[in-house]
Design a protein around this ligand. Structure first.
Ligand code: HEM
Length: 134
């Protein structure tokens, strides 16, 4: 069935923001070895520039995520759907928190750890979102 204009707008904004928040993290992680060849400053500048796009995308994801939930009739959803939604909200929070801790980490180990947590939880949010869409 073809989506209405408003449903199309809601899901398009949600998915476009996901491509920036999730795809951007993976792309930047893949570029780090090449950026390091240029110098440590290059990695830092690229990360700072990415955060100008990634955080607005994260806020759009949370706003459009709440919009997604608001159009669902909770009485017509299954317990499984509600559990998946709860897990998804948890991983979205984890992805945001770990991305923040990643930017604040001082040691290389912590930078790598929080970066991996953020990327993995962001990817998990995509998979859970696809299941929620049905
Ligand atoms: C890192 C943040 C997030 C990512 C990467 C993400 C990703 C996605 C993706 C890829 C879809 C599938 C869209 C489709 O198949 O057309 C989706 C759907 C959905 N998301 Fe998210 N999402 C995020 C945050 C949230 C939040 C915070 C909520 C709720 C508060 C939420 C609730 C939903 C719901 C209910 C659906 C199903 C929409 C529908 O069937 O119309 N999402 N999400």
């Amino acid at each position: 069935m073809l989506a209405s204009a408003l449903d199309g707008l809601r899901l398009s904004l949600h998915v476009l923001a996901a491509t920036i928040w999730v795809g951007g993290q993976f792309t930047l992680a893949g570029l780090v070895p090449s950026l390091r060849l240029v110098g440590d400053q290059a990695t830092l500048i690229a990360a700072k520039t990415f955060s100008k796009f990634s955080w607005p995308a994260y806020y759009v994801l949370v706003i459009t995520g709440l919009w997604n939930v608001s159009v669902v009739h909770m009485s017509s959803t299954t317990t499984g759907w509600k559990i998946v939604l709860g897990i998804k909200i948890f991983v979205v929070g984890l992805s945001g928190l770990s991305a923040y801790l990643h930017t604040k980490a001082k040691s290389k180990k912590k930078v790598a750890f929080w970066g991996a947590v953020s990327g993995t939880s962001a990817a998990a949010a995509v998979v859970l979102g696809v299941f929620l869409d049905g």
